[in-house]
Design a protein around this ligand. Structure first.
Ligand SMILES: [Zn+2]
Length: 317
């Protein structure tokens, strides 16, 4: 049952889960109203922990012996979501973002999207949607030109996970901004050194762009990511071979793109689907009609209105 799975106390104790479920149903009234789900992922003001799992404290199983502790556990969930609701209002969201389920114990097997193959299925798969039945999507932000401190605060207070795909040529004038982002639990991934059009480069040039960014990310942020997104979403077989040789395991593209004033859709139905990856960019008012915060508002209002929660890409890929 959805509610139990979302809570997934680390003890894994079935009896305790049953008790917790009954108690939660009693306290929260409805298990179907996603708006009122217990905060498996909170992250309201004062919440600690890594971005994307700011409910970690609340998610810990309480002592099994005392019913008082159990009630306190439920109360923590309720308070965390209440804090998120306050943050959502403060940041001008139309509705409180929905809570994603607990991450899967085993990550789904990801393969090439049909039509995106390059003839060798053993290469890192290129995909736009993560296979899942949950009503979740993933938010990814590319390049790195705009370094808006408001974005960091907003996402932390709302407890919304996202992933950054960084290109060094726009990041290098302020590595500290992205170090702060990393410290808030955001995973930093590879989007090449110079944002070149990959298919125009030979294998060695592509490898320099991708491996060079792996080296830079490791030097500056202490991370060597396994995810890579080619600039403009353009690639060829050499791109994927080069990426694999640099330690890349998967190549997530996107199925929708969000701007401050609109969404653009890859799919004919102009809608979200479970597991869809949503793209945006680090851009400011000079580049588009609004701020990073405006972009997040557009994204979250669209995602929440369609009944989706934002989950953490690295929990699934
Ligand atoms: Zn880009």
């Amino acid at each position: 049952m959805q509610l139990v799975r979302q809570m997934r106390p680390s003890s894994g104790n079935r009896v305790w889960r049953g008790i917790a479920t009954v108690l939660l149903l009693g306290v929260l009234g409805t298990a179907c109203g996603t708006e009122e789900r217990p905060a498996a992922q909170g992250g309201g003001p004062g919440a600690h922990g890594r971005q994307g799992e700011p409910g970690a404290e609340a998610r810990q199983a309480p002592p099994r012996t005392a019913s008082g502790a159990l009630a306190a556990y439920v109360e923590r969930f309720r308070r965390t979501q209440a804090a998120r609701a306050v943050a959502a209002r403060r940041w001008g969201l139309k509705r409180t973002p929905l809570l994603p389920p607990a991450p899967p114990a085993v990550k789904p097997k990801i393969t090439f999207r049909k039509g995106f193959e390059v003839g060798d299925p053993s290469l890192p798969p290129v995909f736009t949607t993560v296979p899942t039945r949950d009503r979740i999507v993933f938010l990814t932000i590319d390049d790195g030109a705009e370094k808006d401190p408001e974005l960091l605060r907003m996402m932390t207070e709302l407890g919304i996970p996202y992933s950054a795909f960084l290109s060094d040529y726009v990041v290098k004038d302020d590595y500290a901004y992205f170090a702060r982002m990393r410290d808030r639990g955001v995973a930093l991934h590879n989007h090449t050194l110079n944002h070149r059009y990959m298919p125009a480069l030979d294998y060695d040039e592509q490898r320099r762009e991708i491996c060079g960014q792996q080296d830079t990310l490791e030097k500056r942020f202490g991370t060597r990511p396994t995810l890579f997104r080619p600039p403009y979403g353009n690639y060829d077989a050499d791109t994927l071979r080069a990426a694999r040789s640099c330690g890349i395991k998967a190549v997530p593209l996107w199925s929708a793109e969000v701007f401050p004033d609109r969404m653009e859709w890859r799919e004919w139905d102009r809608d979200l689907h479970p597991g869809d990856i949503v793209l945006s960019h680090f851009r400011g008012r000079g580049d588009w009609k609004g701020s990073m915060a405006d972009m997040v508002r557009r994204a979250m209002d669209t995602i929440t209105a369609r009944g989706y929660a934002v989950a953490r890409l690295e929990d699934y890929v």
